[in-house]
Ligand binder design. Structure first.
Ligand code: HEM
Length: 647
């Protein structure tokens, strides 16, 4: 066999230049491989020859034809006659992109590099179809269509494979097709009290805001203060040490933060009895979180026995706590005069979840334990790494640290009283900070938003659950997935420029001031946005050149006076919490937890990194094995020391 016939076929096709290279290289490679085998193999090996060459030939032809179809679909798209989501070229029929999809955080940026972000593209794993969207305008449209494209399937996947929700309960959740609105979908026959997806979503949205949120934040802060005033663990399993006015060394900032934030969050949400009954939870929960990638790769129990043992312990502990709480308290205490927090069930959200679940036979004790493991996981798994990066960046940069501390000090008020009232119905005025003032500080907010931009890597997904959906002219067929990867947006300089943001530091770097804008700044609208794209791209290049020429040591002095914090124009671009109706209901709590942790630590202690060499801090990188699943923990240990402030 010779190359010319293929080349002839190639030449007869009028192939546009952008994809000429790929397909041309494929045909060249195929030709040389074929001649290589042809010359090497004696005639007697002919069947073997075809056995080896046949699949290769099929793969190359598949790639060639799928490339042609991809670009023809795009060309039709250009003609504006019809909008299609073209299927990305693939090599193996039936398998499509399954292998690449094992690692979306690697595959998706490659796709965007090849095909751009302007239009969505489709990838497949067997019969599953995913439409990848990396354009903020389209993402906004998806979020606006929350009634038609929901996240039920993804939530259920996590509940089943991560939290261990029993199969019967999974079927029960799946069978509920009544939607998430207060009014059930017309075609649904699910009884009102069995609308499990609505009950879960509605109760968390309602009971994680307003007065409930205020009480929860205050409880979190008072518990954190109490924890920090007591002797502290240096590492899991170690003895507690009292941190006094002399320096105390700690081996790792991240594990230290996990312990104090998880303990305080669990107590603020689930009450104090859970930790009294199961003190090991503060170690088991972070252990469980470290196994997330393995659980979600669906590895079986025999391959990751320790991961399953930890989960079994957690589920057992939560189940025992539920029994104990029902013996001593009443989950129906949900009236306006009932306490926001009580020691057995914690906050009203936890009581409400028990209340409706007890009425549903499918929500067995095991199912309720899995659901609450989900809640405790959601409330700690992302906020701790996010708080870590904020604190770590401040420790690396003394000027940033002092400016952030100045904002914390400006939010302080009279010292906290010695104790809280009976059932812990903390009021915000019982806290040492004016929380509202703290949350409104511009640099703190900007640094918080920046930690989430850079260190939350989440695949936000939606499914066209009830029928075909039109997204800005593109048809998404029923049961197809829409995938929006936060990092593709977070790191796209063109889109940030289009949003009117001048990048003084590359998007790959941490810039605490990124979300501060000059007085009078407004986000560009319509045509203005296109002009801004050009202008700001030039600004970005200039800024990047400046940063490079200054080298690593060149510190640009921070100046935020007069500038304000703004998220204007970043809808669809900054999506660490997802968006639309299904946006994370815990986002307000998370912001409070992160900023209060920062404020509490730096108010009570002096902290310093203690790496053996000064450059080691710059080498601390996020652990990309967690990419796609949420906030990224750091790779490796971050040693530090702290001493209690006196006076
Ligand atoms: C930095 C911290 C956090 C991050 C980055 C984060 C991120 C997310 C994301 C991306 C989603 C999916 C949203 C979507 O599909 O559009 C989500 C859902 C959720 N989050 Fe958070 N979250 C954080 C903190 C919290 C906290 C503190 C809670 C408190 C209870 C919480 C509770 C939930 C719940 C219950 C859901 C499921 C909502 C649903 O399926 O309808 N999260 N979160």
């Amino acid at each position: 066999m010779d190359a010319p016939p293929l080349k002839g076929l190639w030449n007869t096709l009028a192939i546009p230049e952008r994809w000429e290279t790929t397909a041309h290289v494929a045909s060249e490679k195929l030709s040389s491989l074929l001649s290589f085998f042809h010359h090497l193999t004696p005639r007697t090996w002919l069947p073997w020859y075809w056995l080896m060459v046949g699949p290769l030939l099929l793969a190359c032809l598949t790639y060639l034809s799928s490339t042609i179809r991809f670009h023809m679909a795009r060309r039709r798209d250009n003609d504006k006659r019809t909008l299609q989501t073209p299927l990305v070229p693939y090599w193996v029929p039936g398998l499509f992109h399954s292998v690449s999809l094992f690692s979306p955080p690697v595959f998706l940026p490659e796709l965007i590099k090849r095909f751009g972000t302007e239009r969505p593209v489709e990838v497949r794993a067997g019969w599953l179809r995913f439409i990848v969207i990396a354009n903020p305008e389209l993402i906004k449209t998806v979020f606006r269509k929350s009634k038609q494209v929901a996240n039920k399937s993804t939530t259920l996947f996590a509940l089943e494979h991560l939290m261990g929700l029993p199969k019967d309960a999974v079927r029960f959740f799946r069978a509920d097709n009544s939607g998430l609105s207060a009014t059930p979908r017309k075609s649904s026959a699910v009884p009102e009290d069995s609308r499990i997806n609505f009950l879960v979503a509605h109760s968390s949205a309602k009971l994680l805001q307003g007065v409930h949120l205020e009480a929860m934040s205050a409880k979190y802060l008072s518990t954190l203060f109490r924890t920090l005033d007591a002797p502290l663990h240096k590492a899991p399993g170690s003895h507690r040490v009292s941190v006094g006015s002399g320096w105390t060394e700690f081996p790792d900032l991240y594990t230290f933060l996990q312990r104090i934030t998880i303990g305080s969050t669990v107590e603020a949400i689930a009450g104090s009895k859970l930790l009294e009954l199961y003190p090991g939870l503060v170690d088991d929960l972070p252990r469980f979180q470290s196994y997330v990638p393995k659980f979600l790769q669906l590895l079986p129990r025999w391959l990751i026995p320790e991961a399953f043992r930890v989960r079994d312990r957690l589920l057992g502990g939560i189940k025992a706590w539920h029994v104990h709480a029902h013996q001593h308290s009443d989950c129906n205490r949900l009236g306006p005069d009932d306490p926001e927090w009580e020691p057995y069930f914690g906050i009203k959200l936890v009581r409400r979840r028990q209340q409706y679940a007890l009425e549903l036979k499918e929500m067995t004790a095991d199912a309720r334990a899995a659901e609450d493991l989900g809640l405790l996981f959601a409330s700690t798994a992302n906020m701790t790494p996010a708080a870590f990066w904020l604190i770590f960046e401040a420790l690396k940069d003394p000027i940033l640290q002092s400016r952030l501390k100045a904002e914390v000090s400006a939010s302080l008020r009279a010292p906290p009283p010695e104790s809280t009232n009976g059932e812990g119905n903390d009021k915000s005025h019982d806290t040492p900070f004016d929380i509202a003032t703290l949350l409104a500080q511009p640099l703190l907010q900007s640094a918080y938003a920046e930690s989430l931009r850079l260190f939350v890597s989440v695949l936000v997904s939606r499914v066209a659950e009830y029928g075909d959906v039109n997204i800005a002219g593109y048809t998404v067929a029923k049961d197809n997935f829409l995938v929006m990867y936060s990092h593709l947006l977070a790191l796209n300089p063109g889109e940030w420029a289009r949003a009117g943001r001048t990048l003084t530091k590359s998007l790959e770097e941490f810039d605490a001031e990124r979300f501060l804008v000059e007085p009078g700044w407004t986000r560009p609208l319509g045509k203005q946005a296109a002009a801004a794209t050009e202008k700001n791209s030039t600004d970005t290049v200039a800024a990047e050149k400046k940063t490079k020429s200054q080298g690593k040591s060149g510190h640009v002095p921070l100046s935020y006076d007069g500038r304000r914090f703004s998220m204007d124009g970043l809808l669809g671009l900054w999506i660490p919490y997802g968006g639309g109706d299904h946006i994370c209901p815990g986002r307000h709590l998370a912001k409070r937890q992160i900023l209060l942790t920062f404020a509490a630590l730096f108010t009570k202690f002096d902290l310093e990194l203690t790496f053996p060499s000064p450059s080691a801090a710059a080498d601390v990188k996020p652990d990309m094995r967690h990419a796609g699943f949420g906030a990224l923990p750091p790779l490796g240990k971050v040693p530090f020391r702290m001493r209690r402030k006196v006076g």
